[in-house]
Design a protein around this ligand. Structure first.
Ligand SMILES: NC(=O)C1=CN([C@@H]2O[C@H](COP(=O)(O)OP(=O)(O)OC[C@H]3O[C@@H](n4cnc5c(N)ncnc54)[C@H](OP(=O)(O)O)[C@@H]3O)[C@@H](O)[C@H]2O)C=CC1
Ligand SMILES: CC(=O)N[C@@H](CCC(=O)OP(=O)(O)O)C(=O)O
Length: 315
């Protein structure tokens, strides 16, 4: 019997990408809404309640509304929006978060899909906090360089229309110091202090890299580049979608003439984790496709885990 799947927000950026993943699947029956009725609450409610799994690829307010439209106990919601990422009763859809997370995703009917920037940040910080290398109370800062598809249909149209020279150069944003991912970055790493987070959007479609600078003197005494790297290698051993790159990764940088390629995970569901360091300082970095492991790929991965299927099916 096929699993019945509905994407609420099927015409949007993340919804279309989920449909591409599902199109190759013989085990999935996709329920489609008539595009003319895609904002009709009654029709959405019918399909949401018919589905075994429904992805919410909607603005936050519409995602909250969709969750309230589900009146049965069978439908599993996987919400790609920011609405429920720290909400009680919702499980964070990151199987690699910690031992035991897969069991929680399997059992849950409400799964919140991590944000693109926060996915990279959490995968960097959580293992270091759990290992006691990064003290919980450390004041951490992070930057992210991202492609414009992260901003959804409107931002894609703006960049692709051309003719605006301001868009040619990278644009820092989040300068109110209240980016919407900060709550989940704090809650799911175990940090007790909100990180300072500053994203930068560039004139390329997709790809993202988060960098976290660290002074070794502020970490657990005796921390070295090697022990940082070992903490990642240990935590992510056997994880098919996380690749811990060789320490200081001379290969990557030499091939790129000393410059880091933020697009090298595009069209994959992979995250690459790097440690660049000297004797007293380190920069840890994680790179992913914001529409792959940063959104739609991660959502499909969580669906696979929830349904008890091979986690990498269709990815
Ligand atoms: N783009 C990305 O890389 C990522 C996005 N996200 C999150 O995923 C969610 C979707 O983002 P994204 O796909 O980029 O956004 P888009 O703006 O590309 O798509 C959103 C879709 O939702 C539709 N929509 C809006 N309101 C309603 C409603 N009331 N009922 C039904 N449909 C509605 C829109 O309709 P219309 O076509 O008329 O505009 C549009 O098709 C957001 O919460 C976003 O924050 C998460 C991770 C990464
Ligand atoms: C370039 C750009 O604007 N990116 C979006 C992030 C997209 C994403 O992952 O965020 P949500 O899932 O939380 O919507 C931003 O920084 O707000």
């Amino acid at each position: 019997m096929k699993h019945r799947v509905f994407v609420d927000g099927q015409e949007g950026t993340t919804g279309l990408r989920i449909h591409e993943y599902l199109a190759q699947r013989a085990d999935i029956e996709v329920l489609r809404i008539d595009p003319e009725r895609r904002k009709d609450a009654a029709e959405r409610a019918r399909l949401l309640n018919e589905a075994d799994v429904a992805f919410l690829c909607l603005p936050d307010a519409a995602a909250r509304e969709a969750a309230a439209l589900v009146t049965n106990s069978k439908t599993c919601l996987i919400d790609a929006s920011t609405a429920h990422r720290t909400a009680a009763g919702w499980v964070f859809g990151m199987p690699e978060l910690a031992p035991g997370q897969r069991d929680k995703i399997r059992a849950a009917k409400r799964i919140s899909n991590p944000g693109c920037h926060s996915s990279a940040f959490i995968l960097l910080l959580r293992p270091l906090v759990d290992a006691g290398i990064v003290p919980r109370e450390l004041a951490v800062s992070a930057t992210s360089i991202t492609g414009y598809s992260g901003g959804g249909k409107k931002m894609i149209e703006q960049y692709e229309a051309g003719g605006d020279a301001k868009l040619d150069s990278p644009r820092p944003y989040g300068l109110t110091l209240a980016h919407k991912h900060v709550p989940e970055m704090t809650a799911h790493t175990g940090l007790s202090v909100k990180p300072v987070f500053q994203p930068i959007v560039g004139n390329f479609l997709k790809g993202l890299a988060v960098s976290v600078p660290l002074h070794l003197s502020q970490l657990k005494p005796g921390t070295t580049a090697e022990s940082l790297h070992a903490a990642f290698a240990q935590r992510y051993e056997g994880e098919r979608f996380i690749r811990v790159m060789p320490l200081r990764d001379p290969g990557t940088l030499e091939q790129e003439g000393g410059f880091f390629d933020v697009q090298a995970c595009n069209d994959t569901n992979r995250v690459d984790v790097f440690v660049f360091a000297n004797d007293s300082q380190a920069i840890v970095m994680a790179r992913l496709d914001n529409l792959g492991k940063g959104a739609s790929g991660a959502a499909v991965q969580s669906m696979n885990v929830h349904l008890g299927l091979d986690e990498g099916l269709g990815l």
